[in-house]
Design a protein around this ligand. Structure first.
Ligand SMILES: *[C@@H]1O[C@H](CO)[C@@H](O)[C@H](O)[C@H]1NC(C)=O
Length: 275
């Protein structure tokens, strides 16, 4: 939800003021070799890939336990490029249970800050396997940011867009109390997606969350797979008047929002913007 600092981080990376870990090159890993446990942020730009791996625990003060993002390996190239990673939660359910603790994710670093109508596709595949020893609360989600201004992800004119493909434990989106503002059918093979909108009072940015129907989510208790063109979601939002097709896609990522529970998600993700 709070991707603002991501852009700030990427800007720092671009200007070379943050030293990259020396192991960021030559990625070919077959075991969990890197673990990132942000307090609040820990990340690595993965050279030779379009990605940054991120552990963003913006509410780390409310984490009794830990929440980490793990890297196994990246593989392939082009449309077949994948990242094998994990999101590892061991979060006490009694401390601020309804507060999202952060965001564990893989973010795009390439072909951002381009107008939606100049993007040919945003192909993605997202597979997750769940190992939990308790119940848990959280989601599996794509999170993008758009603005009519290139590069803007911080002003109140920027928009945050979430696509919830799975959610557990009673997580609800911003604006849920006002009810859905639209229903979208025929997206990623499912009807009845519900669009909610609400203001994130921390950032001043309106968040539009599109939720897969609760009873027809992707996957099950032990895991799932999603495959689709993320551009289809953005176009569906533009058809609802959320933004024009000329708006800029400034931030894009996929991950998990942790609230509480002891659970590990073992994930394989493909995500890229093709111009
Ligand atoms: C694991 O999570 C599922 C919900 O996805 C829940 O139904 C199940 O009871 C949990 N397992 C344990 C051991 O708590």
């Amino acid at each position: 939800m709070r991707v603002l600092s991501l852009l700030a981080v990427l800007a720092l990376e671009a200007s070379g003021t943050v030293a990259l870990p020396s192991f960021a090159t030559g990625l070919k890993r077959d075991a969990l070799t890197s673990t990132f446990c942000g307090a609040p942020n820990q990340y690595e730009v993965l050279s030779g890939t379009p990605w940054i791996i991120f552990s963003m625990n913006y509410n780390y003060q409310s984490i009794e336990g830990s929440c980490c993002t793990g890297l196994y390996e990246t593989s392939g190239s082009g449309d077949a490029q994948r990242i094998h990673w994990s999101s590892i939660w061991d979060i006490d359910a009694t401390v601020n249970p309804d507060l999202v603790k952060g965001y564990s994710f893989i973010g795009l670093t390439q072909n951002l800050e381009t107008q939606l109508n100049t993007i040919s596709s945003i192909p993605s595949t997202y597979t997750w396997t769940v190992s939990n020893s308790t119940a848990y609360k959280g989601n599996v989600v794509y999170d993008f940011m758009t603005s009519d201004t290139k590069g803007d992800s911080t002003s109140s004119a920027a928009q945050e867009l979430m696509l919830w493909i799975r959610y557990e434990g009673g997580q609800i989106p911003l604006g849920y109390d006002k009810g859905a503002v639209a229903t979208i059918d025929g997206l990623y093979g499912k009807d009845g997606w519900k669009l909610y909108q609400g203001l994130n009072t921390d950032t001043g940015i309106t968040v539009s969350s599109l939720l897969v129907p609760e009873g027809n989510q992707f996957g099950d208790d032990v895991g799932g797979t999603f495959e689709g063109d993320i551009k289809d979601w953005l176009l569906a939002l533009s058809e609802q008047g959320v933004f024009e097709k000329t708006t800029y896609v400034n931030v894009g990522n996929a991950g998990m929002e942790p609230f509480w529970g002891t659970v590990t998600f073992d994930n394989t993700l493909g995500l890229r913007i093709d111009l």
